[in-house]
Design a binder for this molecule. Structure first.
Ligand code: PBG
Ligand code: ZN
Length: 326
């Protein structure tokens, strides 16, 4: 005897009752790119709908986000000056510290996550201090200044720190630095399994962080490695990460599931710039039903095990969810 699977598909209400996975507006963290100045809102050609903005514009943007039900953001800074160690990110008056202070003052109810890395702040565009001899990022020298950056973010009022540089041992170092500075309750969301990916292309346009030489393959992961991907996240969990992440999302959903099953921390996915750009441009070219494909993609993240979705689509999703609840 065969099972009549279609029985539970024939009625719309019943389909809702038996639906296994749901996307909610509170699953989302929305990325913002902030630079100095006033009244700046510059669209990024490769990512229609995504802007570099000045702090005043970001504050207005938060008002709109809240009206859509989005209360979590992750900040990326574009400094005026870059140097070999990314000094702007280590300064209380740097772009990120200033942004966090201003946004939290205007919107104390906004949950402000900071991306902790050096690539946006260094003149060479790599995610840490360069070891000139080996022409790569010096892991342990970068760890030392990462602790400083974390405390700068914490003092500015960040609600969660998200290290994205893929330095070994960084979670232990950040936890220790934060604890020593009195921030033992500040959570760390680790970009724990982050691949060296072609999908970051448009982000590097908006964050102005393309490496001036080489690539990030000496610190970000090889897309071919499954067991190493699991070990990376497990290691960060053991070092004290509060939330784990897989990045990019779409091409790595097998690992979202495996890491989710291998750990007990909440899981985030970063639905990266190239993934956004693909759908956006395909939608604009009328090649796909954009809204439908966006929601299908978000459901796929949740089904794979993501608890949190960092996405440039967050505002669109919020609007679609509002429309569908009417
Ligand atoms: C910086 C960082 C990157 C992204 C988030 N943090 C880029 C990179 O590693 O080159 C990518 C985000 C995106 O593509 O949307 N370490
Ligand atoms: Zn980086």
């Amino acid at each position: 005897m065969f099972q009549r699977f279609r029985r539970t598909r024939l009625n719309k209400n019943l389909r809702s009752l038996v639906r296994e996975t749901h996307v909610r507006v509170d699953d989302f963290i929305y990325p913002l790119f902030i630079r100095s100045g006033e009244n700046i809102k510059t669209e990024v050609a490769s990512m229609p709908g995504v802007y570099q903005m000045s702090i005043d514009v970001a504050i207005a943007e938060c008002e709109e986000l809240k009206s859509l039900g989005i209360y979590s953001i992750i900040l990326f800074g574009i400094p005026d000056t870059k140097d070999s160690i990314g000094s702007d990110s280590l300064c209380e008056h740097g772009i990120i510290a200033s942004s966090v202070r201003a946004i939290k003052a205007a919107h104390p109810d906004m949950f402000v996550v900071t991306d902790l890395c050096f690539c946006e702040y260094t003149d060479h565009g790599h995610c840490g201090i360069i070891d000139e001899v080996h022409q790569t990022v010096d892991n342990d020298a970068t760890l030392e200044i990462s602790g400083e950056q974390a405390v700068i973010h914490a003092k500015a009022g960040a609600d969660m720190i998200a290290p994205s540089g893929m330095m070994d041992g960084i979670i232990e170092v950040l936890r220790d630095s934060l604890d020593k500075a009195g921030y033992e309750n500040l959570p760390i969301m680790s970009y724990s399994t982050k691949f060296a990916s072609g999908y970051y292309g448009p982000f590097r346009d908006v964050a102005e962080s393309t490496p001036s030489f080489g690539d990030r393959a000496t610190y970000q992961m090889d897309p071919a490695n499954r067991r190493e991907a699991i070990a990376e996240s497990v290691s960060d969990a053991m070092q004290g990460a509060d939330i784990l992440m897989v990045k990019p999302a779409l091409a790595y959903l097998d690992l979202v599931r495996e890491i989710k099953d291998a750990t007990s921390q909440p899981m985030a996915v970063y639905n990266v710039s190239g993934e956004y750009a693909m759908l956006k441009h395909a939608g604009n070219a009328n090649l796909i039903d954009y809204d439908r494909v966006v929601m299908e993609t978000m459901i796929a993240f949740k089904r794979a095990g993501a608890d949190i979705i960092i996405s440039y689509h967050a505002k669109e999703v919020a609007k679609l969810l509002l429309a569908s609840s009417k």
